[in-house]
Design a protein around this ligand. Structure first.
Ligand code: SF4
Length: 377
């Protein structure tokens, strides 16, 4: 899946009454079959997919959150597999709803299609790049030539003035390529890099995750990477905000070998940092500022947490978001384990999706975070 937190979060937000982002998995259909796909996408639409009229209804519900409306991220699968996708974007535009798309880099994403996307009023699109070269990226995406196509799409989008964000999923296979990926996309003119961390759902269950210490090294690297003119965001690693806060207060506290390696590679490729970090002090969490609507209308706190909290066919998204108990518990940080006690859980809260994947409880602690160990040192 290409999902994208495509809107910057600034200031002290109140996510109790409405999310900033609604992810809508418009379809599960996709021509690719990526190793870590959350949706386990298939080539044809699944029965039960929301119809065009039901899609209009969902957009009406979203506008019910009030102005300004949450931004809708049209994701999948590949949203371009829906023949009515531009009717849906037109309807969203008519309601004053901003939208972005996460298309797959398949044969459908031609130059003409990019122009159509730009002219549709999309604020941006996001594409996935999981390696700094063909060998890594194409083996993860499982389609030869996808790396070259992705680079072409990025170049084309930048040239035509279509906002483009690059998404990278961190896993053992590409961990050491992160500085090179940043260098590559920065050179191509990309200004937003969204880094996803693995959650064991969909095809992601078969992919090797990284250790707690590696998470900390990557987050420290991303803090540094955000000082070179590229906005860096993370998905399912909210503890980057703890890392950013600690770095601001205490300077460079993390001396682990992998981080040192990242650091010297980044300096070799990009020189000394040019500005302050762009890591936002407060951001979203599954259920807190974001909500996910699946292809069949089922609502989840986020795209990686398979705990159904309602369905837009029988309920209203505004009520589900505001009133569902799990959503309220997440937003009030009614969580257990170390995340529940953590002095920084208001700005972080831990990945609810990872907690669920590890324990079956979406309100448990996030076991990828090293903070408990650090506080005992
Ligand atoms: S312990 Fe939990 S809430 Fe605290 S920083 Fe780590 S993940 Fe975030």
């Amino acid at each position: 899946m290409n999902t994208a937190n495509q809107v910057g979060i600034r200031g002290p937000p109140d996510f109790n009454s409405k999310p900033v982002l609604v992810f809508w998995e418009t379809t599960r259909a996709c021509l690719l079959s990526c190793k870590h796909c959350r949706a386990s996408a298939i080539r044809t639409a699944l029965p039960g997919e929301l119809s065009k009229e039901e899609g209009f209804g969902l957009l009406d519900q979203i506008s019910g959150f009030g102005s300004p409306s949450p931004v809708v991220i049209l994701t999948g699968g590949d949203p371009l597999m829906r023949s009515d996708i531009f009717e849906l974007t037109e309807y969203a535009k008519g309601l004053g709803i901003k939208f972005a798309l996460s298309p797959a880099v398949s044969e459908k994403l031609t130059h003409e299609m990019l122009m159509k996307l730009r002219d549709s009023g999309a604020t941006s699109i996001s594409v996935s790049l999981d390696g700094s070269d063909k060998a890594t990226h194409d083996s993860i995406r499982q389609v030869d030539g996808t790396f070259d196509r992705t680079i072409e799409v990025i170049r084309d989008s930048v040239n035509m003035g279509l906002g483009i964000q690059v998404n990278t999923t961190v896993m053992k296979r590409n961990l050491h390529e992160l500085p090179e990926i940043l260098h590559l996309i920065k050179g191509l003119g990309v200004r937003v890099w969204e880094v996803f961390f693995l959650i064991k759902v969909g095809r992601g269950t078969e992919v090797d995750d990284i250790s707690q210490e590696e998470y900390e090294s990557v987050c420290n690297f991303l803090y540094d990477a955000s000082r070179y003119g590229v906005v860096v965001r993370t998905v399912e690693a909210p503890f980057i905000r703890r890392v950013a806060k600690t770095r601001l207060l205490n300077g460079n506290y993390w001396k682990e070998g992998l981080y040192d390696k990242f650091n010297s590679e980044l300096t070799r490729l990009e020189g000394e940092p040019t500005q302050d970090s762009t890591i936002a002090p407060r951001g979203t969490l599954d259920g807190d500022g974001i909500v996910f609507v699946a292809y069949d209308g089922t609502v989840y706190p986020g795209g990686f947490i398979p705990v159904a909290i309602g369905n837009v066919r029988s309920g209203n998204l505004v009520n589900i978001y505001r009133e569902n108990k799990l959503m309220k518990d997440i937003r009030s940080r009614n969580i257990s384990g170390f995340c529940g006690k953590c002095d920084l859980n208001k700005i972080c809260g831990g990945s609810r999706a990872r907690a669920y994947a590890a324990t079956g409880d979406p309100l448990a602690s996030d076991d990828a975070c090293v903070y408990e160990k650090l506080t005992k040192c």
